[in-house]
Design a protein around this ligand. Structure first.
Ligand SMILES: [Zn+2]
Length: 97
């Protein structure tokens, strides 16, 4: 059985990551024991769709097509905060800041 290195999303280490049971949805939960994280837990595949690249791309595309923040949030089933945050990031990236 091959071991897949699990990288902590907070401190980017794969040295101090251990398995830590499963979530209610049956997803593997991990725990980071590095100095930085002090036992922070995370999931390898977050179930929240607002975090996936495909959704981020959809948010940008829909906004370019003139969809409002609430429309985008409803269609993609993410929160309006996710949409606003993503559009802010995209705008600052485009203006080169
Ligand atoms: Zn960590």
């Amino acid at each position: 059985m091959a071991l897949i290195p699990v990288v902590c999303p907070y401190c980017q280490t794969d040295k101090d990551v251990v398995k830590n049971g499963k979530t209610a949805q049956g997803k593997q939960r991990f725990l980071c024991r590095s100095e930085h994280c002090q036992g922070r837990s995370f999931l390898l595949n977050p179930s929240y769709p607002g975090r996936t690249l495909a959704v981020k791309e959809q948010i940008v595309k829909m906004s370019l097509n003139g969809s409002g923040i609430r429309d985008i949030a409803r269609v993609l089933q993410v929160s309006t905060r996710t949409v606003i945050g993503e559009l802010k990031k995209t705008k600052s990236a485009q203006s080169g800041q």
